[in-house]
Design a protein around this ligand. Sequence first.
Ligand code: HEC
Ligand code: HEC
Length: 266
Amino acid sequence: MPTIVKVLAFSLGMALIFTGIANLLPQVEGQAPEDKEVDLGALTMDSFIALGEDIFKNKGTCTLCHNNMGRAPDILHLDMNEVSRKHLADERYKGSATDVAGYIHESMVDPGAYVVKGFGKKGSKDTESPMPAVNKAPIELTDVEMDAVTAFLQAKDGGEVTVALPSEAPAPSTKEAVPSVAATAEEAIGKFGCSACHAVLDSSAELGPSLKNIGARLSAAQIRQSIVDPNAVIAEGYPPIMPADFADRMMAKELEMMVKFLANSK
Ligand code: HEC
Ligand code: HEC
């Protein structure tokens, strides 16, 4: 077979496997769940790793912070096998993991077990982590999803993958799947991960200014601009790390619901 045909056949195969996984874990794509039998025998480690990469970049919202802008370690460009071993051996480590997979998992559910130097919460002298536990609201990854992320982080630099493939279909999520278009401002704030960085609703995140009384400081027009063009005005004392692509990803209705909600938060 000519190489191009093999490549095309392989890509098609991956696409089919992905369709299977998307149905297995409907919340990954945020679309309504579909009733479909999935043969877990078809789930290979390669597709599990690919699922982990997708979760890292999308549902997990990891790349909101873990990128090259300096607010969090640039995990995609670090060998996490090496980094994990180094941090496990550090005298400041106070968690209970003993290997790379354990360290990565613990970093997701208990980020304060080890705080990377220079990345702690403001004023905490690197004793408190600004990273939210990703198995809790608003991110709420399941154990299977966190295993997929761990497999991806172990594999991307050629490390041995030590997490097991899920042996049974994940328990159906009791949380309603996020609809593709948010129906309320609260839902939109959760869907776009605003609470990962801002104090808003139940969140007290501090990477960006608090939005709890933003209506007292900014007009609706200024709030709208802050969301669609965050670099037009940079709030004093904060780094310019707010994602600039929300305008492309939001429906006008979602944007307007959020603007109204925030403008009324006084
Ligand atoms: C709101 C910003 C934010 C989000 C979202 C976030 N992180 Fe983090 N993360 C951080 C910061 C800041 C640190 C460094 C401080 C610390 O060690 O806790 C960190 C540390 C880590 C570490 C330890 C790195 C090391 O060198 O020891 C891992 C692993 C990690 N994050 C994985 C993830 C994964 C996987 C996701 C997505 C499911 C994620 N993070 C989402 C901010 C974030
Ligand atoms: C990765 C972190 C991050 C995410 C995610 C994020 N923001 Fe921000 N945001 C910031 C930072 C940092 C600033 C301050 C710097 C600036 O003005 O760009 C900011 C500024 C703002 C401001 C202006 C605040 C002021 O006091 O001037 C508003 C309004 C805002 N964000 C709303 C949102 C909304 C709504 C979402 C979700 C759709 C969101 N942000 C998602 C980090 C983030």
